[in-house]
Design a protein around this ligand. Structure first.
Ligand code: SF4
Length: 271
């Protein structure tokens, strides 16, 4: 039986995720909530959704304007259930960006504001990190900064044969002294401020700080603790899937051309 299985794996193509054809919308995931055409009737009636949101990711600005902070969103779907059809789960899961503001989206009368088509301005550190890692990939030390281990589970899964992180040259190492980047999860509880800072300090320049998971991006359900620096990459989701994490890493290395707001705008406008 084992022999037949081995033979099958030689004959049939490998079941490895193809990054170039992977979609930001996943058919079986809830993804982030987005407005439906019904929101044109007015956003004030979304007050129940805003109230029920456990992380207060929805802000109703006026009768016509509503703001979503997808860096706070757990993708739990609670807001859509009580929105009287004005919100829906989009299945959009690529909630990662090189700046925190990119994850904040404003909808006017149910339509997403037009996004800038200018190239994203990278910080000096992001540019240097890109130069270092575009060809060779990077090594990271993971720091669980008061998280709940879900991000760690997904990071573990990113090394399995479906996602295969190492084909991108991305590997987890035991010591920050051997790392190019820190990937941290959790809202950085007070007991984890110093360990995270120490891990960050010992890495040589250029280096990158990667906030992985909604808690690391915004605190999520908890107050956000002190980070050693402004992250170079924010990957939201509670937890983000392995393919989302890896696409985020590819964006940071300059191997994937992606802007969160641009991709979301395109998908919503084409519906
Ligand atoms: S956290 Fe849950 S309730 Fe809040 S915006 Fe996201 S999906 Fe909606």
């Amino acid at each position: 039986m084992n022999f037949l299985y081995e033979l099958k794996s030689f004959i049939f193509p490998k079941n490895v995720l193809n990054f170039n054809t992977a979609s930001p919308v996943h058919p079986t995931s809830r993804g982030i909530p987005v407005p439906t055409v019904k929101l044109k009737e007015g956003s004030k009636s979304l007050s129940v959704s805003a109230e029920v949101c456990p992380t207060k990711a929805i802000q109703i600005v006026s009768e016509t304007e509503v703001r979503f902070d997808y860096g706070k969103c757990l993708q739990c779907g609670l807001c859509t259930e009580c929105s009287d059809g004005k919100l829906r789960n989009s299945g959009f899961i690529y909630t990662f960006a090189l700046s925190r503001d990119e994850l904040k989206v404003t909808y006017i009368s149910g339509r997403m504001e037009k996004v800038s088509d200018l190239p994203f301005p990278l910080t000096a550190n992001q540019l240097k990190f890109r130069e270092l890692t575009k060809k060779r990939g990077f090594l990271y030390r993971e720091v669980a900064a008061a998280g709940n281990n879900t991000v760690e589970s997904e990071l573990n899964a990113s090394f399995n044969s479906v996602f295969d992180s190492e084909r991108e040259g991305v590997r987890c190492v035991a010591s920050p002294k051997h790392a190019d980047a820190i990937v941290f999860s959790g809202p950085v509880g007070k007991n984890m401020v110093a360990p995270l800072e120490t891990a960050w300090e010992v890495i040589a320049e250029p280096k990158a700080l990667i906030a992985c998971g909604t808690e690391a991006v915004s605190g999520g359900l908890f107050p956000m603790g002190k980070r050693p620096a402004e992250p170079d990459l924010y990957i939201s989701g509670d937890p983000p899937r392995p393919d989302v994490i890896l696409q985020g890493f590819r964006l940071l290395m300059g191997r994937f051309s992606f802007r969160f707001q641009e991709a979301l705008h395109k998908i919503l406008e084409n519906e």
